[in-house]
Design a binder for this molecule. Structure first.
Ligand code: 0X9
Ligand code: ZN
Length: 299
């Protein structure tokens, strides 16, 4: 099954892969839900998203690699087994399915979903600008349906964000969310809140900020790839209505991050990360996650 990570795949194949993973492990349902011997819904939740943006294909592979590794390594690695017994994992490798299909079949650089709208032939909402958290504020999104960061007419008027928010609210009420990571590309950045304002920062000595640095450093240790960590708005630009701010501020998750995977910001290849780098990128993300799992027991 590990040869899966040598290539990118079509949407149908991803669905098939997830079914095969489910068949190999009973504790898999809607998205991928992994839990340990105490059974489901008993422990704090860890949530991962991939492919909120259609063209960021590496993020799908990374989310799947984490699910795959949690399952395959829990038999041989006591730390992983312990993590599976102490947390419920909810992994959503393809948050934007019709966008991914469009990027794979029609237009490689497509970003948004494929939602039609009245009065324009322009299609799609940016699923990372549609969350109900300072939605539409501070120039962190676009009001134009033709723009790549179109926020929609209202918060949560995209079916994907609405469904995910409902699911995350359920999870949160039931068990609380300890860690959330929305995997994106590209730029090699580990970003913590806030995205919606550069004038707002986490309190001094915040564990959320400190753990962002730990994640970046643990990712670097795997293959020497440098990841920078810091506040989303300062490291990149203002983004209003994004997933990590929502999960952190509205749901009150302890730790919420957006990670930009390979390549680096100045790399000409941009979103077209070659297939022969999928495996290394996935390994460094997994190295980072394993380190986080060990740390968050203690914070
Ligand atoms: O603009 C975005 O949505 C993300 N960058 S991307 O190039 N993948 O489109 C960054 C979002 C950062 N926001 C927060 N961490 N809050
Ligand atoms: Zn993105």
């Amino acid at each position: 099954m590990s040869s899966w990570f040598h290539k990118y795949h079509g949407y149908d194949s991803h669905v098939h892969f997830l079914h095969r993973l489910a068949a190999a492990h009973p504790s898999v349902s809607r998205g991928i839900h992994l839990f340990g011997r105490s059974g489901p819904w008993e422990n704090p939740a860890i949530v991962f998203f991939g492919t909120a943006h259609a063209r960021e294909w590496i993020s799908t592979m990374v989310a799947e690699y984490i699910a795959y590794s949690l399952l395959s390594e829990s038999h041989v690695d006591a730390d992983i087994k312990h993590a599976l017994d102490s947390f419920d994992f909810y992994i959503f490798p393809v948050v934007n399915p019709d966008g991914l299909v469009y990027s794979q079949t029609k237009r490689r650089m497509w970003r948004k979903n494929r939602q039609a709208q009245n009065g324009t032939s322009c299609v799609g909402r940016d699923l990372n600008r549609n969350w109900d958290i300072h939605w539409g504020q501070n120039g962190g999104s676009s009001a134009s349906p033709c723009h790549g960061t179109y926020r929609g007419q209202n918060a949560f008027d995209a079916p994907e964000t609405r469904a995910l928010a409902m699911e995350l609210e359920d999870i949160n009420e039931r068990q609380g969310i300890r860690l959330f990571i929305d995997w994106h590309a590209f730029g090699q950045l580990v970003m913590h809140p806030y995205g919606y304002s550069c004038n707002k920062s986490l309190p001094p000595f915040s564990a959320t900020a400190w753990l962002a640095g730990e994640l970046a450093e643990a990712m670097r240790k795997v293959h020497g790839t440098k990841y920078k960590s810091g506040t989303a708005c300062n490291l990149l630009y203002a983004t209003s209505g994004d997933s990590a701010d929502f999960v952190f501020e509205v749901l009150g998750a302890d730790y919420a991050y957006t990670v930009e995977l390979r390549p680096g910001r100045l790399d000409q290849r941009g979103f077209r990360l070659p297939e022969n780098e999928i495996m290394e990128t996935a390994e460094e993300a997994w190295g980072g996650v394993k380190h986080m799992l060990n740390l968050i027991h203690h914070y």
